[in-house]
Ligand binder design. Structure first.
Ligand SMILES: Cc1ncc(COP(=O)(O)O)c(C=O)c1O
Length: 395
């Protein structure tokens, strides 16, 4: 990025912290918010440790930066889906325990062993793949059993579980693998009082008991995701695995924000401000016709950058100290907002916040409601030309 003259007041409006012009479209990730949220989760977890879930590139916040910030704030371990994701964290210098739980049996288990990544095993074929890697490398992988207690997604099925325990027992005896933990995942954690949570807890306890019958004593057991960490302390066991709450978003919005602070701000700089006459149609298909003479601002972010087209006409931005509605269709690269009577103080280069955590700013949750989706999907959306920038943290 080109260095710019911070003494120029016009330019100063669009300068970033480092005196450089920030990207037109950005996600700004607040690492202090991550640390704050980890501290809240640690508090709620009581004696249980916290595994910060940084899969999917840290829910699109950046796995390495978030992982480091979370560990610095007291998380004990990191959780990801693939071995590749885990290896990237190791390559970035992270030495804390890392669990990887979604790999097919052709995944590079030898790489997991080399990087000291704990392998979450969800099937017999995966256990056998870990065993094969142990034999070919001559080194014992650390294996954790993921049991399906009712989500019916990944996890050892009831049918395979006894055989998996028998094979694991033999591998442990042979010191071909190290057995560490047992975990499972909730289907309805975001409905704290739903009986399925209790049913899954009971099945989880049964699975732990069954492992013990094979002489497999787990070092730790874990079940709770964000909603359970926030609302079901009885499910904390030895460790909790929050993802979305660490990013500052509530998985149970109806129950409040729990003092969490959203870590992601999705924003773009205005590229053009123009007056249009009453009766003028805006954007493709002229789905919005100006009801009066007005001023509009053009925001250079579109569905290629993660601004969902179905949001057209159904979201607002925070710009110039007020909310302004999107009018007309969201396009691939841009959308328009109506400034109405509030145009005087808005100029090219001003920052329009699409969602964030600041006073007055729209929230990821607002998009989720409009899209009949979840805040999880919303923060995963920014992409394309959106450039990630970090603030806060001890960098
Ligand atoms: C096994 C596992 N644990 C923990 C999490 C974190 O979930 P949440 O973001 O709801 O905290 C996930 C996310 O899907 C997961 O798959």
């Amino acid at each position: 990025m080109p260095a710019a003259d911070a003494t120029d007041p016009g330019l100063a409006r669009i300068l970033g912290e480092a005196g450089c012009v920030n990207a037109q479209v950005e996600t700004v990730i607040d690492l202090d918010a991550i640390a704050h949220n980890v501290r809240i989760l640690r508090e709620l977890a009581g004696d249980a440790a916290v595994m910060a879930v940084v899969k999917a590139d840290g829910y699109n916040h950046g796995a390495v930066e978030v992982g480091k910030a979370a560990l610095a704030a007291g998380a004990a371990e990191l959780g990801v889906t693939t071995i590749d994701e885990a290896v990237q964290l190791r390559e970035a210098g992270i030495t804390a325990p890392i669990l990887s739980w979604l790999n097919d049996s052709d995944a590079d288990y030898a790489a997991a062993i080399a990087a000291d990544v704990e392998i979450g095993v969800s099937s017999l074929s995966q256990l056998r793949a870990a065993e094969a890697a142990a034999r070919s490398t001559g080194r014992a992988p650390t294996v954790t059993l993921k049991v399906d207690t009712g989500l019916n997604r990944n996890g050892l099925s009831t049918a395979e579980y006894p055989q998996a325990l028998a094979e694991l027992r033999a591998l442990v005896d042979e010191q071909a693998v190290r057995f560490r933990a047992i975990f499972s995942h909730l289907a309805r954690g975001d409905e704290p009082a739903h009986p399925t949570n209790d049913l899954q807890r009971d099945r989880f306890l049964d699975a732990i008991a069954a492992a013990k019958e094979y002489g497999l004593e787990p070092e730790l057991v874990h079940l709770a995701n964000s909603p359970a960490t926030l609302t079901r302390p009885d499910l904390a066991f030895d460790l909790v695995r929050p993802g979305i709450a660490m990013y500052g978003l509530s998985p149970v919005p109806d129950l409040g924000d729990f003092g969490l602070r959203p870590a992601m701000t999705f924003q773009a700089r205005v590229v053009q401000v123009k007056q249009i006459a009453a009766g003028a149609g805006v954007s493709y298909g002229h789905t919005w016709i100006a009801p009066r003479d007005t001023t509009v601002a053009l925001i250079p972010a579109g569905y290629a950058d993660g601004v969902f087209r179905p949001l057209s006409g159904r979201f607002e931005v925070w710009l110039g100290g007020a909310r302004h509605p999107n009018v007309g269709r969201v396009c691939m690269d841009q959308f328009v907002v109506d400034l109405g009577d509030n145009a005087a103080n808005i100029r090219e280069g001003d920052v329009a916040v699409m969602f964030g955590g600041g006073q007055g700013e729209p929230r990821a949750e607002d998009w989720a409601v409009q899209l009949d989706s979840l805040n999880y999907e919303v923060v995963c959306a920014p992409r394309g030309r959106a450039v990630r920038r970090y603030v806060g943290g001890a960098r």
